[in-house]
Design a protein around this ligand. Structure first.
Ligand code: BGC
Length: 742
């Protein structure tokens, strides 16, 4: 037995060495050969082990692995572990796999590094509000470097799910409602995580999720069914996943939902047809948490064997947490319900990622205590998080230029249940982030305004009915020159399993706002939340509103930077804010309908009780300065189908501050074989203008921006008239018309 395992190890090393020396021009070919030689000496059980992923757990004494999983590692029945991090802990688990199994195949360690690992960045929806692709990429780079220094190889991010229903709590994890913005952001996140080479010690594999259309859960209720046309799927929901795959994402996660009746985890059309055949995806697919088991509850499989067969036949390579593959695949091969080749293919895809990470050369290369110490929360990482946080803030209202606050201000009342919170600031999915290290708003303000006198009152809880703190809050407001009111959601109110039907301010916070506002002092509402909120009263009454989402470790400093005017806000909403829940779904790229809204005509598309207009449109966000847009200049009034057209505007900073503006370009196809959206984002540029400065911003229109799924579902353009719109949000725009010709 001993001799046999020595021989096998020698054979494995020789074959791997052979392949290293014989690398060909195709960089991936060397891995394929390594994988094949390894597979050739693996038993069926060992191959199935590679398709299994189990969690590590945490209790008061720290991280631990369930005894059953330790046995599974030692018997080669598990190939990957998630929720385990830390150089020492991952090394300990890795030793079990490397020294305790016949072939010593290293484990892959995965984790939800969604917006930072230890240094927590703004929640993904907030980052999207920056429209700053370089900063977003940088955030992913920092997250990857910190995670990799703690032994991690793989993150379950980015979430590329388009979300148009703010009741769905997971909207916070994505880039909002728009496929174009969402695609660019998903691609940058992948590039940030994976860097130039997965072999580098500061990069980790990305996992695009949740394939597909998870964000379209009916009524915004998490895990709910999704029913949509193939046109909607291809036009709106698929592009961000595709962009992430094109950017090189090595893994994909299935969605929990069913899509038109077929659960994603058993959906051959999604994984076999679209992902692999149409998009050429070569990496591996992991299920979401226990999603193969959930096929039983979906009612598409009568037992675990049937569930596993469905998933395997749909092209799903790795099962997360339910152990169904481990328990059933050998039987399924024996009964010829799947064949061993399918298992080989799935195992090969997973092993290839392990090779790419360099784990066969040194299984411990990521678990390095010294690197961990040097990397975690180093000053450059905090600086990157601070930069991202400032850029993610959206100024929603600023009446009479109440913001920024002068540094001569004498007394500031800081009121509200989120004013001195630290835990909430790091949001949901905060990985290994330590909330006690985050800067609260109160702390940030005190640093920024050292000579001001501060009065802090909590006023109320976030979600309780108790108003006993109102009196003190009101008297604080009376003594102050200005009130900073920090209200919104608790961190756990968005994220997974955090759907809400009422997306107003929870608890008695609106009443607190009313009581404080009644004092008559200027009120600046600082919102912290993971989704759009219906805040009509605030919009109508308080002087200023800052949307700050959950900004991460440096939140309080970043908000203080904006309140003081040291940073001029530049964020723009990546998602529409409705006036009430009844308007949902509401997004800017709607269809015109056959009866577009006319106030004077009852029989047009509208509500009796609320206007069609949202509270804040997509792309909206103010600055302390003003930007004026010239009329649009076109290089020609016609464009040849395979040619280009240059579209320009002059943007002038006519206000009192230097500032950044996101210049947004939208297009409408006036007449087509299918009804097209009233406008669609097709390009943008974030520019910096000094006060008084003007800049010409030019965009090239190409065929790609005019293409769509035509009536017969073929993809391409149709000749005719197009309208191009340019402006600082999706509503207030200049426009011009051009003709697309043969
Ligand atoms: C979530 C995934 C996540 C996974 C692992 C699931 O519940 O839906 O997004 O990656 O858990 O933590």
């Amino acid at each position: 037995m001993k001799l046999q395992s020595i021989l096998l190890t020698v054979l494995l090393l020789v074959s791997i060495q052979y392949c290293v020396k014989n690398t060909s021009v195709d960089p991936d070919a060397k891995y394929d050969r390594k994988v094949d030689s390894l597979l050739s000496i693996m038993s069926l059980k060992e191959k199935i082990g590679q398709l299994t992923l189990y969690t590590s757990d945490m209790d008061q004494t720290g991280a631990f692995l369930r005894p059953q999983y330790i046995d599974d590692i030692k018997s080669g029945s598990v190939g990957s572990i998630f929720n385990a991090y830390g150089s020492e802990y991952t090394r300990k688990l890795q030793e079990m796999a490397v020294n305790g199994t016949r072939l010593g195949i290293p484990l892959l360690f995965g984790y939800d590094v969604i917006h930072g690992h230890r240094t927590i960045f703004p929640v993904p929806l907030a980052e999207a509000a920056s429209w700053d692709l370089q900063a977003i990429k940088k955030a992913a780079e920092v997250a990857a470097a910190e995670a990799a220094s703690e032994g991690l190889h793989w993150t379950f991010a980015p979430m590329a799910d388009i979300a148009r229903d703010p009741r769905w709590g997971r909207m916070v994890e994505g880039a909002g409602e728009d496929p174009y913005l969402g695609s660019l952001i998903a691609a940058e996140r992948v590039k940030g995580f994976q860097g130039n080479s997965l072999y580098d010690l500061n990069t980790i594999a990305a996992c695009v999720k949740h394939f597909a259309a998870y964000g379209a859960a009916q009524a915004g209720r998490d895990y709910h069914s999704v029913d949509m046309s193939e046109r909607m799927l291809r036009e709106v929901y698929l592009p961000p996943y595709k962009a992430a795959i094109d950017a090189g994402a090595l893994t994909v996660m299935t969605a929990f939902n069913d899509l038109n009746g077929i659960p994603a985890t058993a959906n051959k059309f999604l994984f076999d047809q679209i992902l692999r055949k149409e998009w050429g995806f070569k990496g591996f697919v992991v299920t979401d948490y226990t999603a193969i088991m959930e096929l039983l509850y979906h009612g598409v499989a009568k037992d675990k064997h049937e569930a596993s067969a469905l998933a395997m036949n749909a092209g799903i390579d790795m099962s997360m947490q339910d152990g169904f593959y481990d328990q059933t695949l050998a039987d399924l091969v024996k009964d010829k319900r799947i064949n061993e080749k399918q298992i080989d293919i799935a195992a090969a895809r997973i092993l290839k990622v392990k090779f790419k990470l360099g784990l066969f050369e040194d299984p411990y290369r990521y678990s390095n205590a010294e690197r961990q110490k040097a990397e975690i929360m180093k000053p450059e990482n905090i600086d990157a998080a601070f930069d991202m946080a400032k850029k993610s803030i959206v100024l929603l209202k600023n009446e009479n230029e109440v913001l920024p606050i002068s540094n001569k201000v004498k007394t500031i009342a800081v009121i509200g249940p989120l004013a001195d919170s630290k835990r909430d600031l790091i949001g949901s999915w905060s990985a290994a982030g330590d909330w006690s290290k985050s800067v609260s708003l109160l702390e940030g303000l005190k640093k920024k305004f050292p000579s001001a006198n501060f009065i802090y009152e909590k006023g109320s809880e976030i979600d309780k009915d108790d108003k006993s703190g109102f009196n003190k809050a009101v008297s604080a407001a009376k003594k102050a020159d200005i009130v900073i009111l920090a209200i919104g959601e608790a961190f756990w109110m968005s994220g997974e399993a955090a759907s809400r039907t009422d997306i107003g301010l929870p608890g008695v916070q609106e009443e607190l706002a009313k009581a404080v506002h009644a004092v008559g002092k200027p009120v600046v509402a600082v919102l912290m939340n993971g989704r759009p909120l219906t805040i009509n009263w605030l919009e109508e009454n308080v002087q200023a509103i800052l949307e700050t989402w959950f900004l991460g470790t440096t939140a309080g400093d970043a908000i203080a930077e904006v309140i003081s005017g040291d940073y001029n806000p530049s964020g723009k909403l990546p998602v529409t804010f409705p006036k009430n829940v009844g308007q949902i779904p509401i997004y800017y790229s709607l269809k015109n309908t056959g009866r577009p809204f006319k106030a004077e005509d009852k029989y047009t598309s509208k509500y009796l009780d609320v206007s069609n207009e949202p509270l804040y449109v997509f792309g909206y966000g103010l600055s302390y300065t003003k930007f004026n847009y010239s009329p649009i200049q076109l290089s020609s009034s016609e464009m040849a189908e395979n040619g280009t057209l240059t579209v320009s505007v002059d943007v002038t900073n006519s206000g009192k501050y230097d500032g950044e503006e996101v210049v947004q370009l939208y297009i409408k196809d006036k007449v087509a074989s299918v009804s097209r959206a009233v406008r669609e984002l097709k390009a943008f540029e974030k520019i910096m203008l000094k006060k008084g400065e003007a800049k010409k911003v030019s965009f090239q229109i190409t065929k790609e921006q005019l293409s769509f799924y035509r009536a017969d579902m073929s993809y391409g353009t149709e000749l005719g008239e197009f309208v191009v719109f340019i402006g600082g949000n999706s509503r207030d725009t200049q426009s011009a018309t051009f003709l697309l010709k043969k």
